[in-house]
Ligand binder design. Structure first.
Ligand SMILES: [Zn+2]
Length: 213
């Protein structure tokens, strides 16, 4: 199956889902009291599908290394196709809430769904084993409200590990921030090869833009 993303639709939906929570003092979107375990995400999806059975279909698309099912839930509604895969980094549970919130908002809001003209596929979580290994702190650590109010991570082009100089065809990145330079410049004396440094030159392809399905 070929699944295509439409970047503008995805960003518009994300903005709609998160509208009103841009202030650092705003409440966590969706009113989640805690980050959610895989079974809790599934229970919420189950309840939503019971409410709107004709809008959804679901299928098991795989299994984790321990055999836990990996499910894709599809919210039908348009010509374009978008895939949201949440929980790719098992220690970052905010993505699971974002995907859960977006699925609920889109299921409940006919106008938003029609305007975006997309069929949405949700895989949440993609790594149930990894999420389970974080389970001990999900219910005891910072609440989503604390997280949304105080969490910080720089923009990608300011993160110390993603900002080594890079040249790819016509594209060149040379604006390494000082935090990156601090260890980049030690490479010769530590005899780290270019190939070893390249480990940090991660390129993230998060969106694939297609012409519709
Ligand atoms: Zn991550």
């Amino acid at each position: 199956m070929l699944i295509r993303l439409h970047r503008r639709a995805l960003l518009a939906a994300g903005a709609a889902a998160l509208a009103g929570c841009r202030s650092p003092t705003a409440k966590a979107p969706g009113g989640y009291a805690r980050f959610l375990r895989a079974d809790q995400l599934r229970a919420r999806a189950d309840a939503l599908i019971v409410r709107y059975p004709r809008r959804f279909s679901r299928q098991q698309i795989g299994a984790s290394r321990t055999g836990a099912p990996i499910e894709m839930i599809t919210l039908h509604g348009g010509a374009r196709s978008a895939l949201l895969v949440a929980g790719v980094h098992a220690n970052e549970p905010a993505g699971g809430l974002a995907a859960d919130l977006l699925m609920h908002r889109l299921a409940e809001d006919d106008r938003a769904r029609d305007a975006l003209d997309a069929t949405w596929h949700f895989v949440n979580p993609i790594d149930p084993d990894g999420l389970a290994l974080n389970q001990a702190w999900l219910g005891a650590g910072p609440t989503p409200e604390q997280y949304f109010a105080h969490f910080f991570r720089p923009a990608l082009h300011r993160q110390p590990d993603y900002t080594f100089p890079l040249r790819l065809g016509d594209y060149a990145f040379t604006d390494s921030p000082p935090e990156n330079l601090a260890f980049q410049r030690r490479a010769p004396e530590l005899r780290l090869s270019d190939a070893q440094l390249r480990i940090w030159r991660g390129v993230l392809y998060r969106l694939r833009v297609g012409a519709g399905s």
